[in-house]
Design a protein around this ligand. Sequence first.
Ligand code: LLP
Length: 437
Amino acid sequence: PRGTRRNDDGVVELGGVSVDQLATDYDTPLFVYDEADFRSRCADMQNAFGPYGRVHYASKAFLSTQVAKWIESEGLSLDVCSGGELAIALHAGFPAERIALHGNNKSEAELAAAVDAGVGDIVLDSMIEIERLDRIAGERGVVADVLVRITPGVEAHTHEFISTAHEDQKFGFALVGGVALDAVRAVFAAPNLRLVGLHSHIGSQIFEIDGFELAARRVIGLLADVVAEFGVEKTKQIKLLDLGGGLGISYLESETPPPVGVLAEALAEIVRRESAALNLPMPTIAVEPGRGIAGPAGVTLYRVGTIKDVALDGGTVRRYVSVDGGMSDNIRTVLYDAEYDVRLASRVSTAKAVVCRVVGKHCESGDIVIRDCWLPEDLAPGDILMVGATGAYCYSMSSRYNMAPRAAVVTVNEGRSRVMLRRETVEDFLSLEVDSE
Ligand code: LLP
């Protein structure tokens, strides 16, 4: 996070609180979010895109009621993609009209909950869903504002599992073959739905802005088809172009993502020019960053437990450093070959650096937090390691594998810390057990 520094004793401080203090007060593994950093990234996004439309924080990256309150007070909107995320947002008092609901298989109950809560819009992903929501809204005597999710056929250069806009995947209506235009027709024909926008999301952890630009052009290309079939007046109701999330962050110091301001202006320019060519008013642009806000604002603290040198073929050794968490709190290394920066945070060492592999405590050899990194040779049990940029998709994808209690999540700000989500306990596990006797 911005403002992280070492104090005079060489201990890393986050938001003015030393990692020693955090580990003593809350134990490890521990997620720490720097509130000021999180808020400043909200503000950066808002400053970049606010003039052209609005910013939705993608809550799948990380959500708690506290985070929803930060998002609310920074003036952003919120994306949810499940009934669970919606429930947390509403519990936090987040205004329903600033919430959008996503998902490729929303249940009847999730759609009904969204309509009943009065969410701002619902992003539709299949023909079945168009019929389903039309019926649910009709039963309640309301007209639901909806977006149609388009698959613009853009190959985002990122990991296959998090790339979403090529044709052969589950999300959205393809532009090719007129599938997306069919969806627009179906929504126009549905009495209880109002088509207010088009949506596209090309993937995640993307560094090149040309993919976003191409997607924007293609989504507007669909607007051209809509104008041709339904005329300018009818098309004007589609006043929102939601271009999704996906802006990359730097996990390693060597990576430099494009500045959000540059992306915002590039997209606005395309949208302005191409909508004018269709005689349409400039649509509102929405974006949905998750990682770009939460990712760099959070870190994970682990304690080193054991250290082992394993002989490799050819006479070299690999140093395995085991920490007290692992794939249950960060599955991204195993799942996406993700890379992270790690450092010894509880002291300064002048020992020479050696190549290490940081592994977790779970019962499988794939349980790797960091495949290769440099750590001081005198690293010892009890030292605290800090893994950076774990604020997105780590806690939210955490598991209880091996009955590991989920880590606590704390926030730091101006020298103070407080618990956002407490650590799970064995009692939490037991509370789910239904004793059949
Ligand atoms: N909007 C939609 C419709 C999405 O599907 C996503 C992410 C976002 C916005 C936010 O994208 P972001 O700005 O955070 O890149 N678990 C993976 C990431 C999966 C992203 C899924 N959708 C990871 O850990 O990298």
